[in-house]
Ligand binder design. Sequence first.
Ligand code: GLY
Ligand code: MN
Ligand code: MN
Length: 442
Amino acid sequence: MINKDIPNYYQKRREQLMKAHEGALFVLPSQKSRLRNPDVPFSFRQESNFYYLSGFEEVDSFLVLAPATSEGTNRSILFVHPKDPHQELWEGEMYGIEGAKKYFHVDEAYPVSEFQSRLTDYISRSQEVYVTLGQDFRFDQLMIESLEKVRQKTGRSGYGLKSMHDLREPLGEMRLIKSKEEIALMKKAAEINVKAHQMAMKKVRPGMMEYEVSALLNSVYESHGCPRIAYESIVGGGKNATCLHYKANNEVLNDGDLLLIDAGGEYGYYASDITRTFPVGTEFTQEQEKIYDIVLKAQKTTVDLVKPGVTFKELHQNSIEVITEGLMGLGFFKGPPREAIAREDYKNYYPHKIGHFLGIDVHDVGLYFDKDGEQRKLEPGMVLTVEPGIYCLPSDELCPEKYRGIGVRIEDDILVTDSGHENLTGALAKEKDDVLSLMNEE
Ligand code: GLY
Ligand code: MN
Ligand code: MN
């Protein structure tokens, strides 16, 4: 059934964007329909920017934000598929032109068949154009043809093409600071994800397959209203935990190994992204415990630093220092710590960065640096992950032998607040004793 109660925050976002860029035209294509098998489409998820500005969930549509002409005001325009009883018989109710205009608070709605001819007109009446090229060649071609028509119309005036900008930049900056409605959705995504990881901690037993754990996670996501996962679940037992984005999930879980789960459901289009690492059997081995303690210390001390004004670089630096000192204490490399850090010895075991922005996309949009290449400072309303890890590859001859094959990552989702931060996924156990006692619960 179609949703007739579309919140008005999509409209507010469009107005905010147009107001900040007077005279500019924004053009966004929706997700394209793509066939997975004959007559069978790939499962649908709306394109993130298109969703953020419209909430409209049909394929092969367009959203245009057109600047005010001398006669009028800024306008939001949706180009959608007209209602089609045959298609509705197979795939369910469509909004159609009337529905799009009525429920999505846009100023105008037209059939997609009119998109190209109207686009030329919108471009000629705008000072500059915001689009994302290079994502879909059919859309690129359409834009270029329209620009060419506009250029032809300028005759001998000498004017060339309109100036074009990548709309991901202004939109990324808007999406980076989450509104209260977005924070509510992210808290819900986080809460469901905590439940899923708790379920996995309770149910994992030696002999299970990695994919059985993935199925358990999915059952929690789906039964709590997540229509899909936010990214492919990583369920890596033993040495598979040392593969950063392991996705085969097809091996057996052995007693004595650790299991690394990095997974999250998507709720109302917002991602959660949690990693926990825990024993498949009943306890950590001494070596696993030592690696775990270093990662846990790096994770907790870094989370503690999150507040407005801090940079990702400062967060990463803290995790490097804790991991370097910890591994040095276990004989992985020689000191003094400052020299080991300068040599980047840690990179062999901690090859990734401390985290990333989180939102509609798991690796969310927004600039990590300003125009001078300086690190940007965190601000209230940003959400980021904090996820240090140590990965000792089984084949790594530099690594002390008894640690080879151990991989540990711990990851939480952190909201930056006025006074510091809120850990959205902090309800999930990560202290060793808490993890072990949760594993013993039914
Ligand atoms: N799950 C992907 C990541 O943690 O970045
Ligand atoms: Mn993750
Ligand atoms: Mn992550």
